[in-house]
Design a protein around this ligand. Sequence first.
Ligand code: DAT
Ligand code: MG
Length: 149
Amino acid sequence: MERTFLAVKPDGVQRSLVGEIISRYEAKGFTLVGLKLMQVSRELAEQHYGEHKERPFFPGLVDFITSGPVVAMVWEGKGVVAAARKVIGSTNPLESDPGTIRGDFGVDIGRNIIHGSDAVETAQREIDLWFKSEELAAWEPTLTQWIYE
Ligand code: DAT
Ligand code: MG
């Protein structure tokens, strides 16, 4: 089953949006297989956002993501990588549709509340970067038959 990596960023944690965000993915029918609140090191932040290291916003992005605790999560389900990104919305919250997390709760691009992997391969890389295999739980919810036909 497909998995994705999601992280509630320091702004989302400070604004008490963790429960709201988890609820959206639970209600959709996806399965939570990993969850931890953690302080991100600069090393982890720089690796996670490595694709952006030449961009002018990179230092500010690393400062921001290390500025307070984040809630790192792994979610599982059919098509979860793309579906989770749809629930998140566009990178710029002002361009995100209402109903999406960024569209409902954010304004500035540098305070866009949540990270989500952008492709299946990226998700695997990010899950391996953020979680040890023993921190992930493989379990089958009893609800499965009411979500999948
Ligand atoms: P996303 O988080 O939607 O995958 P991304 O991978 O292009 O977006 O960028 C990673 C994060 O970097 C993004 O969530 C917020 C920040 N960011 C991106 N573009 C930016 C910009 N032009 N100015 C400031 N921050 C930016
Ligand atoms: Mg990205």
